[in-house]
Design a protein around this ligand. Structure first.
Ligand SMILES: [Zn+2]
Length: 423
């Protein structure tokens, strides 16, 4: 068995491409472990209480859950559109306040935390390994939280924030308030995966302070916590981090106007998960072209996927999920299959197609997979209809009719995507 805890999204605005990259990368890890014979318990949390959510709720004058629920659904739709397998469990922070309170009580009792005027802080100095995960010396730790009054040391971080006007509150033995963000993951990982689990994942931007703080809290409370840490690289745009805002041109639902879901998944899979990616429409178009080449071959030959994977592909996957190398094996096999087709060697082409589909299945990219998302199927049907319309119009020499139909189909698909992906 293998257990994975992945830091899920803070559900404040619909997902952008950087956030969805993490999910696609860990979906491939999930699929590969399953393929390798592990029973996988995959826990991905939802952060539904946090400063940004409260900030939006206060500025828009609506309850926090009126933001988090629809945004959570938009994440779900994006995961499904991009073919991510559902997690084994998807706990929400607000459903686990008693577990968080229990953890804070343990830390207080063990002398790793202190209460100050209703706030509770973790005392960094009480945990000698603090900074090891993010490779920082204890005396040179970057300070990320405001130095609120009542903190003994600027490096200390909040486990519990006392009630403030207009904010949601829960009762705790030391006073009403709400949990700190880092605490959520430690409590939920313990509840679903136990005191020790295999892999803790998330974006590299979470290493510090989020994961450093999770690790300190959990270890200080007596848990062994994660055996391995896996972090995916960021997606940047014009060299900068992609910001979370409501009208983001790099939101997944906006990008899916220009590119099919499987093409976007291919784009996000093709770089090594640890490498940073610089987003550009040209790079997405290039990835889409590469995906269509494999797709054309599979659709043309159409044999069922085989059960054997080429040894080079498996070696690349076992080598820290080396997707660039694994995909080069897929492309080489497509080239061989294409050559066999050109020579009229159907049998050999069928063998190559079985192999290509087996590899694409593991990557969640098989164009003919039974579990393809509904949106993808809809797209495929619409495209097939479009082809028929074009052929008919060409046969009748009626270009105008073809263009009107194309526009109608395009608009219908766009409306459908918007209603499906935007909260
Ligand atoms: Zn987390």
């Amino acid at each position: 068995m293998a257990s994975i805890y992945l830091c899920g999204p803070t559900v404040v605005v619909p997902p952008h491409i950087g956030q969805i990259r993490s999910q696609v990368n860990f979906d491939i890890l999930h699929r590969w472990l399953r393929h390798s014979g592990y029973r996988v318990i995959f826990c991905r949390n939802v952060t539904d209480i946090e400063d940004k959510i409260i900030g939006r709720s206060l500025s828009e004058g609506i309850q926090w859950w009126r933001i988090t629920d629809p945004v959570h659904r938009s994440f779900d739709r994006a995961y499904t559109a991009l073919g991510c397998l559902p997690p084994s469990v998807e706990p929400r922070a607000t459903g686990h306040i008693p577990e968080m309170i229990e953890l804070v009580e343990q830390l207080l009792a063990a002398g790793h935390a202190y209460e100050s005027d209703g706030d509770v802080y973790f005392e960094v100095d009480s945990f000698p390994d603090y900074g090891a995960l993010s490779r920082q010396r204890p005396d040179k730790i970057r300070v990320t939280e405001e130095n609120e009054h009542g903190k003994r040391d600027p490096r200390d971080f909040a486990l519990w924030k006392r009630a403030k006007s207009g904010e949601p509150i829960w009762h705790a033995p030391w006073g009403d308030g709400r949990p700190g963000w880092h605490l959520e993951c430690s409590a939920m990982a313990r509840k679903y995966l136990g005191h020790e689990f295999d892999i803790h994942g998330g974006g590299a931007n979470l290493i510090f302070p989020h994961h450093e703080n999770e690790l300190a809290q959990s270890r200080a409370a007596g848990d062994s916590f994660a055996r391995f840490w896996v972090h995916n690289g960021p997606v940047t745009h014009r060299g900068e981090k992609i910001r979370k805002h409501a009208r983001n041109p790099l939101a997944v639902h906006t990008l899916l106007d220009r590119v099919r879901p499987m093409e976007l998944r291919y784009y996000l899979s093709a770089a090594h998960y640890r490498s940073p990616m610089e987003f550009s429409p040209e790079a997405v178009e290039e990835a889409a072209t590469a995906y269509r080449r494999m797709e054309r071959f599979v659709l043309r030959v159409g044999t069922a996927p085989g059960s054997e994977l080429p040894a080079q592909f498996s070696a690349a996957m076992d080598g820290d999920l080396n997707l660039p190398q694994a995909l080069s094996v897929v492309h080489a096999t497509v080239t061989e299959g294409q050559a066999a087709l050109n020579h009229g060697d159907q049998e050999s082409a069928a063998g190559k197609c079985r192999s290509v589909r087996a590899m694409l299945n593991v990557l969640g990219l098989d164009p003919l997979a039974d579990d393809r998302p509904r949106e993808t199927r809809l797209h495929d049907v619409a495209r097939a209809v479009l082809r028929v319309v074009r052929n008919l119009a060409a046969a009748e020499g009626d270009r105008e009719r073809s263009m009107i139909m194309e526009r109608q189909i395009d608009r219908a698909l766009k409306n459908r995507r918007e209603s499906a992906l935007i909260p």
